[in-house]
Design a protein around this ligand. Structure first.
Ligand SMILES: [Zn+2]
Length: 61
């Protein structure tokens, strides 16, 4: 599932929200203020939703 990060200008906090559609702004769960999507910088992890796709060739039978 696509998980996006949003920033609430009211709470001055970030929160994650599951975006079903391509929403650019969602209501803050705390104060219901319009929060904008922020670009979440992936930490360490290179591949997004990893489902065992690191193996680069090599089949040892
Ligand atoms: Zn808020």
């Amino acid at each position: 599932m696509p998980l996006y990060e949003f920033f609430c200008p009211q709470c001055q906090k970030k929160f994650e929200e599951l975006c079903r559609t391509s929403q650019e702004s969602v209501p803050c769960p705390q104060c219901a203020a319009e929060s904008k999507k922020v670009l979440s910088a992936f930490r360490s992890r290179r591949s997004g939703s990893g489902e065992g796709g690191l193996a680069s060739g090599g089949c040892g039978g």
